[in-house]
Design a binder for this molecule. Structure first.
Ligand code: NAP
Ligand code: ZN
Length: 350
């Protein structure tokens, strides 16, 4: 397999800052597309991976799975895109495409293990996969998305993870006109959840710990904001919501949010991975047919559906463009919830 060296930004250890390094990309195979990366969004998962929060990070690690760029090369059998087209890549670059999940367009739940854009297994080179904090990426055309031409390219990048991760549960639990949706946490995922739920016609409430995000939330389309540390405000929304999308990245008490679900309502965790503390009380769940669920990104067809919906409704992310050299500072700000509301790296700075 032919391969080439390119520039990237990544880290060699959980406690080391990100820095410039070289990585290897395969040459395009018959079904591959090579993309020159123009912008890459900064997801909290990038930070979790760089710092090995979830365990299992292979170093050197190059994060980045909100990728938009321009097609620079196509393999001989590629039909979906051509050189010069704008293209996007999200969290997945491969899956078995034969199992029950893949056959249902649920590649993210591939029973044989989908390949993540970073920290996955590069099946041709035998290395780990490297993400979008880099000059170029080579991806099978099945996993490359088309970008609506009317959308700002940099602000489109976060749709590839923050967008689809909130879109998928909104669609699965059928959010739309007449439904009452709540979002926990106003960060990258949270602000996209508000915009997308609103775009689908739902009434949207934000739960936040940060009172000074209230105006922003309303500007993003929220109908109400509940400060989650204020007991009276929490009481005022008891039994209200059909669907809650919880984007909080760290362990937190889910029980107060379950109380705000309507009968048959569902709280979907998309942020925190691990055991809940304090433990989940099943009483309100049993007495109200309430559910606590989880959800992982979205399939490729669903990602294209979301991008097309965003094109039609003019929905993009609120972004702060940064240079790659400022990525370590951006991570620190993300930990302080000081992102309004997604950092996007201008890759020309690499
Ligand atoms: P983010 O931009 O940092 O936003 C997270 C928000 O959660 C913060 O802005 C803050 O909002 C709130 N928050 C942060 N720490 C908290 C704490 N200790 N307790 C309560 N609230 C807290 O992160 P993101 O990029 O949106 O990602 C959110 C999580 O989703 C991450 O864990 C990420 O790894 C995960 N993720 C999952 C998937 C998936 O497929 N399931 C995909 C992408 C990302 P307020 O200031 O409003 O309280
Ligand atoms: Zn992500």
């Amino acid at each position: 397999m032919e391969a080439k060296n390119i520039k990237a930004y990544g880290t060699e250890a959980a406690d080391a800052p990100l820095k410039q390094l070289n990585i290897t990309r395969r040459e395009v195979t018959a079904k591959d597309i090579e993309i020159e990366i123009l912008y890459c969004g900064v997801c909290h998962s990038d930070l979790h991976t760089a710092r090995n929060d979830w365990g299992g990070t292979i170093y050197p690690a190059v994060p980045g799975h909100e990728i938009v760029g321009k097609v620079t090369k196509t393999g001989s059998e590629v039909t979906r895109l051509k050189v010069g087209d704008f293209a996007a890549v999200g969290c997945l670059v491969d899956s078995c495409r034969e199992c029950d999940s893949c056959k249902q367009d649920l590649e993210q739940y591939c029973l044989n293990g989908a390949t993540g854009t970073y920290n996955g297994k590069e099946k041709y080179l035998g290395t780990q996969t490297f993400g979008g904090y880099s000059e170029t990426i080579v991806v099978d055309e099945h996993f490359v998305l088309k970008v609506p031409s009317n959308l700002d390219l940099a602000a489109t990048a976060p749709l590839l993870c923050a967008g689809i991760t909130t879109w998928s549960p909104l669609r699965h639990w059928k959010a739309g006109k007449g439904s009452k949706v709540a979002v926990v946490g106003l960060g990258g995922l949270g602000h996209m959840a508000i915009k997308l739920a609103k775009g689908l016609g739902a009434e949207v409430t934000l739960f936040s710990r940060t009172p000074d995000k209230t105006k922003d939330a309303m500007d993003l389309g929220a109908d109400a904001v509940v400060i989650s540390t204020d007991q009276d405000q929490m009481k005022s929304v008891r039994g209200k919501f059909d669907l809650i999308i919880d984007t909080v990245p760290y362990v937190h008490d889910v029980n107060p949010y379950v109380s705000t679900l309507n009968i048959s309502g569902t709280l979907v965790l998309v942020g925190y991975l691990g055991e809940l503390e304090p433990v989940l009380n099943t009483v309100p769940m049993v007495l109200g047919r309430k559910a606590v669920a989880g959800s992982l990104i979205g399939g490729i067809a669903e990602t294209q559906e979301m991008l097309d919906f965003c094109g039609e409704h003019n929905i993009v992310s609120e972004i702060e463009i940064i240079k790659i050299q400022n990525i370590n500072e951006a991570y620190e700000r993300m930990l302080k919830s000081d992102v309004r509301y997604r950092f996007v790296i201008e890759m020309a700075s690499l």
